[in-house]
Every structure is written in structure tokens, then in C-alpha cells.
Design a protein around this ligand. Structure first.
Ligand code: NAD
Length: 457
């Protein structure tokens, strides 16, 4: 039998062992989804909205259990796990409010005996291969609108967040989604690869650029609709006129929240030379207030690093930066004891010759670089293969808008960072991905437009 061990990254202890999928069971699940999907799509949308309302109620009723499981399997501090589950409710509310309108028929022309309309038809069977860092957010971004618009979902949660994925699936079934319409696949990359072999009508992926590229290559010959939400190296610029303390506090949180393991974590900071030293002082004071420790403790801010191999990446980035002349102000090393820990780390005197300023860190490590002008900051912000988010801190709205218009990123921020809104599209440019989730377009993306040319007799 295939199995998957689930470990607690904060302690290294095995939490449980799950029965895992294999190529045969994945094929059987895909066939069942294919068979069940048409009946699900034919139900009135009110029925599907009702199941999602009950799913939402299930999340509310079980928030403590769900948060505790999430913390234990991926090391996220318990307060942040509760925030994630409570935060996903707002996304679900948005989908509940907007789904019917987003996929309503559009009557676009009447004239000369012709009527033209657009309908939005479900894709069919969609696969969702997901990341572990925000399993409720990235899972529900796909699962909820996909189900609401009449698709069946084959959902492979990350091997580092499988228990949370199983909880979501259980709650959806309890809410009335047929078992074959919403199925969870248990396993690591090989199970994801087996899913790509099935007849699917869309693949919605959240994860690293390397895996996303592999998936794009695997699916290319079959022209399957593909969405990729990948990594980033998200910059923020603190302009000469910024509120230095407020910017430092906001950016320290943006860099270190979820232990720096967010796709939109602040990964690079540029500060005008005239306020650089004051900024660094406030930034370090804020980081010093972040308590690292037992993720189950309500006061913990920095939890465990979910994947052990990432510790080597973080250590190598710090070593490379220091070897090239960076100044290490705090952290820079693994935490002691069992489990995966990395101390919150701040470096200055950094530049783009360093890995730290080029490649995704995905941990509580940040470089702060001094700049002399808006133009230099804009050039540095765009000096990346990624393009997920970018931000500017300034009191001058016109300057902020002008800078943000020049930056290549899917989302841009003025005086804020590390923020996602259900009302706005979530997308990346360059190696940060293809397609989008959230917003009304993130509902329509689970459908294809069908063009109707109707001539009255
Ligand atoms: P990952 O690429 O290691 O894994 C993602 C998923 O792909 C997992 O479910 C994994 O089992 C599966 N997988 C691995 N190999 C596969 C294969 N050959 N075929 C099919 N599936 C395969 O990424 P991760 O460590 O889970 O997530 C971290 C990354 O995700 C970071 O780069 C982060 O920035 C990114 N991310 C992006 C967003 C976004 O919205 N843009 C959101 C969250 C995370």
C-alpha cells in the first residue's frame, strides 16, 4: 500500500501516516469525476450556492480544530492559522455574492433578425495541485468558484498540508457536494504527475516556478487550460518622504508574517539613502519584537519552516550575501532544538549580485538596499524574472501612482504590502505565473465562453 507520512515541522515528530493514492486510484477518481460532473453542472446555481454556504458554516463551526491541524502539519503560528481560516470566509462570501452574476448569460446584440449571446459553460473536470503555505486560501481560490460554476474538482493538496486538504474536502461533502464531484488526492509529486496523465479540462496550480514549468511542459501536447500561480521576489520601495516608522513596521510584518513563507512576502526592500539608517533602526526594533517559538503558543509570531530543505536555501543565501559584503544585523542561522527553525534575519549593504536579492527566499530573511532616486528604485524593482507584487511607501500619491505604473507586477501597493483582496485579480507576470484567481474574472476562469448566433425564423 502507498502511504504518506505527515510530520510536525516544529518538532520533527510524525503526526500520522495516511493511505496515499497511486496511478490506478488517481485514474479511478478521475473517471468518477468525469461521470458525476454533468449532473452537478445541471443543478440550479442556487443549489451549489447552498452547499458552499453550508461549507462556510462548517469552517466557522470547526475553526479551532482546523487551525490546530494546520499549525501542527505546517508549523504556522496558531494565531496566523486562525487568521487564515477566518480570512477565507471573506473570500467565500465574495464568491457567494458574485458567482451568479459573473456567469450569467450576456445578451450582446439584437438586430436584423439576429440575436447574439454569450454563455459561460463549466470547463468540466478541473485539477487543482496546491501549495502548503496557505492551504485554505490557495485551495478555496480554486475549489469554491470551480464548484460554484459547475465543475468537478480533483484536488491534490500539498504533501505538507494534506490533513487541511482532507478537512476541506470532508466539510464540502458534509455540506452536500457529491463525493465524486469533489475528490482529494493524497500524495506528493508523483501523485500530482499521475493527475496530469488523466483527461482533465483545466489544471490550476499553485507552487514553485520549477514545478509549474514541469507541469506546463507535461500538458503542452494536450492543450489543457493551464493556470500557474508561482513564486515571487516581491520588492518594496521606501521613498524619501515616507512615514519611516510606519513603513518599517508594515514591511517587517510583510517580510516575516507566516515565517516569510508567503508568495507575496516582501522579499526585497529599497530605501532612500537619506532615511535608510532611521528605517533600518525601526525595522530591527520591530523584528526584535517578533517571538519565535512553539507555534501552538498564542504569542508566537515566527513559527517553524515547513520544508526542511528550505533551511539550506536560506543558509546559502545568507552566506553568499555576507561573503559579498552584506552586513548581518540579526539571525542568519538555524534555530536550536528539533524541528525546522530559522531565526529572523536582516541584512543591509546588499546588492543584486547576491542570490538574496534575486531568488525567492521563502523564509524569514530580508535584504535592505540603499538607493539614491526613484529611478534607481524603479530599475531595481524591475530587475527580476518574477512579477507578483511590488509596493511603494510615500506620502505623495501622484509619485506612488507614477512609480507603480512603471513596475512589472500583477499587484501593486501604496503604503501597504503582503495583501490579497477577493475583489481584485491575483496574478503574476514573468516567472510568477499565468492566469489569475479571485475577482469576478477568477470565477469566469473556471468556465469557457460559448458564442450563440440565433436567427429568428
Ligand atoms: P512545489 O512546487 O514544491 O509543490 C506544489 C505542488 O506541486 C505540491 O502539491 C506538489 O506535490 C506538486 N508537485 C510536485 N512535483 C510535481 C510534478 N512533477 N507534477 C505534478 N505535481 C507536482 O511548491 P510548494 O513548496 O508547495 O509551494 C511554495 C511555492 O509556491 C513558492 O514558490 C510560493 O511562492 C508559491 N506560491 C505561490 C502563490 C501564488 O499565489 N502565486 C501562492 C502560494 C504559494
Amino acid at each position: 500500500m502507498h502511504t504518506l507520512d505527515i510530520h510536525n515541522p516544529a518538532t520533527g515528530q510524525r503526526l500520522t501516516t495516511l493511505a496515499a493514492d497511486n496511478a490506478t486510484s488517481v485514474a479511478a477518481k478521475a473517471a468518477a469525476a468525469r461521470k458525476a460532473q454533468p449532473a452537478w453542472a445541471l443543478l440550479p446555481i442556487e443549489h451549489r450556492l447552498g452547499t458552499v454556504r453550508r461549507f462556510r458554516a462548517g469552517l466557522v463551526a470547526e475553526v479551532e480544530t482546523l487551525a490546530s491541524t494546520l499549525t501542527q502539519e505546517m508549523g504556522k503560528p496558531i494565531a496566523q492559522a486562525r487568521n487564515e481560516i477566518n480570512g477565507v470566509l471573506a473570500r467565500i462570501d465574495f464568491f457567494l455574492e458574485q458567482a451568479e452574476r459573473a456567469v450569467a448569460d450576456e445578451h450582446v446584440f439584437d438586430g436584423g433578425g439576429m440575436h447574439e449571446q454569450i454563455s459561460h459553460v463549466p470547463l468540466g473536470v478541473v485539477a487543482n495541485i496546491s501549495a502548503w503555505n496557505y492551504p485554505y486560501f490557495v485551495g478555496c481560490n480554486v475549489i469554491v468558484p470551480a464548484l460554484l460554476t459547475g465543475n468537478a474538482v480533483l484536488y491534490k493538496p500539498s504533501e505538507y498540508a494534506t490533513l487541511s486538504g482532507q478537512h476541506m474536502t470532508r466539510l464540502l461533502h458534509a455540506a452536500g457536494v457529491p463525493a465524486a464531484v469533489m475528490q482529494c488526492l493524497v500524495g506528493a509529486g508523483a501523485v500530482g504527475a499521475a493527475l496530469l496523465e488523466q483527461r482533465i479540462d483545466g489544471l490550476f496550480f499553485t507552487g514553485s516556478h520549477a514545478t509549474g514549468q514541469r507541469i506546463a511542459v507535461a500538458l503542452a501536447p494536450r492543450l489543457v487550460k493551464l493556470q500557474l500561480e508561482l513564486g515571487g521576489k516581491d520588492p518594496s520601495y521606501v521613498r524619501v518622504d515616507a512615514d519611516v516608522k510606519a513603513a518599517a513596521e508594515s514591511l517587517a510584518d510583510g517580510a516575516m508574517y507566516n515565517s516569510g513563507q508567503s508568495c507575496c512576502s516582501v522579499e526585497r526592500i529599497y530605501v532612500h539613502e537619506s532615511i535608510h539608517d532611521a528605517f533600518v533602526q525601526h525595522f530591527l526594533a520591530t523584528v526584535a519584537s517578533f517571538k519565535m517559538g512553539d507555534p501552538m503558543d498564542a504569542g508566537t509570531y515566527i513559527g517553524a519552516i515547513t520544508r526542511a530543505p528550505q533551511l539550506d536555501v536560506l543558509q546559502a543565501q545568507v552566506a553568499d550575501a555576507v561573503a559579498r559584503g552584506a552586513t548581518l544585523h540579526c539571525g542568519g542561522k538555524r534555530g536550536s532544538g528539533p524541528g525546522n527553525w530559522f531565526e529572523p534575519t536582516v541584512l543591509t549593504n546588499v546588492n543584486h549580485g547576491m542570490e538574496l536579492m534575486r531568488e525567492e527566499s521563502f523564509g524569514p530573511v530580508i535584504g535592505i538596499q540603499k538607493v539614491r532616486s526613484d529611478d534607481e528604485a524603479a530599475a531595481l524593482m524591475n530587475d527580476t524574472r518574477y512579477g507578483l507584487t511590488a509596493g511603494v511607501f510615500t506620502k505623495d500619491e501622484a509619485a506612488a501612482r507614477a512609480l507603480l505604473a512603471r513596475v512589472n507586477a500583477g499587484s501593486v501597493y501604496w503604503n501597504c504590502c503582503d495583501r490579497v483582496s477577493p475583489r481584485l485579480p491575483w496574478s503574476g507576470t514573468g516567472d510568477s505565473g499565468l492566469g489569475l484567481t479571485l475577482s469576478t474574472q477568477g470565477i469566469q476562469t473556471f468556465t469557457r465562453p460559448k458564442a450563440w448566433h440565433l436567427r429568428s425564423p
